[in-house]
Design a protein around this ligand. Structure first.
Ligand SMILES: Cc1cc2nc3c(=O)[nH]c(=O)nc-3n(C[C@H](O)[C@H](O)[C@H](O)COP(=O)(O)OP(=O)(O)OC[C@H]3O[C@@H](n4cnc5c(N)ncnc54)[C@H](O)[C@@H]3O)c2cc1C
Length: 342
């Protein structure tokens, strides 16, 4: 482990917000967490878990520990005719792991290509894109309980993975550090190419007689994402700023009276739907809106960006205005997706 003091976290979060950590600890091995747990001040010192910093909003300096998860390694632990079971360390870069799995001949993660961040953070919000979620290949994870210093294996059921949600985001926020994740990947590709832009591309390829591979899907996902999403290196951001709200079919019918062209995705036939929060923001005039150093991206209304020198308070002030406006106009409480560190 490596311990540093008074460290500016600006380089460690993709929104490029400046905030000082009193103590930043790089965790290179799960055992480091057990050692930290034995420190006399452990139980009284506040702490939070940092990985790639791509889903965080820092709002102030932090007086306690920031635990940066940086353990590495991946191994095939079991395989049969159909599946390979891979155990991957939490600190591995997500996109590099996806590329590695595809190159090794395993599929299932191709639609999740180019999502920033790490393997260990992926279960926290059950990352998802282009019709696929982490939950589709997740088997279990190993995690250390910061309250007791003990390590446990948490099954898929225990993790309660939902839409951009899990037990780690709600009940046990900042209590368990995920140190390893086990995936079950396909040896015979089963492509999921039903999602909008991916489907258009796949249909065109199939029409000219081109058969598709997981690697081709991954490349296409990367191309779509590069075209659509601002690169945090150029325009700092944390991806989608609000979750797509889930409402009942009855609420949808009521909204359709005022907004007949409202965009939504069915979840449970006839029961609930997911609204496209980006569409709502665009309709209410927030796309491209800028307020001081922050604003909503000109092509992606759901992505708040830092034009330079933003503070967490600028981000929260704009977020609150949007939430109040959407509540007033549409009657829906938008939920912020990134973790607010306060
Ligand atoms: C440009 C852009 C595009 C994005 N696109 C998508 C997308 O398509 N789909 C999607 O789902 N997300 C997307 N995201 C959000 C983000 O990439 C994911 O949520 C990612 O999994 C965060 O990983 P991280 O390592 O950066 O986590 P961090 O931002 O460091 O942490 C996020 C949360 O997880 C906790 N955490 C981190 N590591 C661990 C661990 N090992 N154990 C326990 N808790 C931990 C943190 O305390 C924090 O609460 C996007 C973000 C950006 C900037």
């Amino acid at each position: 482990m490596r311990i540093r003091h008074d460290v500016d976290l600006q380089p460690y979060n993709t929104f490029a917000l400046s905030a000082y950590a009193a103590t930043l600890v790089d965790i290179h091995h799960p055992a480091d967490l057990t050692i930290l747990h034995q420190q006399s001040n452990w139980s009284t010192t506040p702490r939070w878990i940092l990985s790639g910093g791509s889903n965080l909003i820092l709002t102030q300096d932090w007086s306690g520990y920031v635990l940066k998860i940086a353990n590495l390694g991946k191994k095939l632990i079991y395989e049969d005719d159909q599946f390979g079971y891979w155990q991957v360390a939490a600190g591995e870069n997500w996109h590099e792991w996806v590329q590695f799995s595809l190159a090794a001949g395993y599929s299932g993660l191709e639609n999740l290509s180019l999502i920033p961040g790490t393997v260990g953070a992926a279960p926290v919000q059950n990352i998802g894109a282009y019709g696929v979620e982490l939950a589709d290949t997740f088997v279990e994870c190993e995690a250390t309980d910061l309250a007791t210093g003990k390590t446990a294996l948490l099954t898929r059921l225990m993790c309660r993975l939902g839409y951009r949600d899990s037990i780690f985001k709600q009940v046990t926020d900042q209590q368990w550090v995920i140190t390893q994740v086990t995936f079950r990947l396909n040896k015979q590709p089963q492509l999921n190419i039903r999602y909008g832009e991916l489907k258009t591309w796949a249909d065109a390829m199939l029409q000219i007689g081109q058969s598709l591979t997981p690697l081709m899907v991954s490349e296409q996902v990367c191309a779509i994402r590069r075209k659509k999403l601002p690169d945090p290196q150029q325009l700092p951001n944390a991806g989608s700023f609000f979750k797509n709200p889930i409402i009942t079919q009855a609420q949808l019918e009521a909204l359709k009276i005022q907004w007949p062209d409202i965009i939504y995705y069915p979840i449970k036939a006839g029961k609930s739907v997911k609204l496209a929060a980006g569409w709502l923001l665009e309709r209410l005039g927030w796309k491209g809106y800028r307020q001081g150093p922050v604003g909503f991206h000109e092509q992606q209304s759901l992505v708040m960006v830092n034009y330079g020198g933003a503070r967490g308070s600028d981000v929260l002030a704009l977020a609150q205005q949007v939430q109040a406006h959407v509540l007033q106009e549409v009657g829906i409480a938008l939920e912020i997706e990134p973790k607010i560190i306060d």
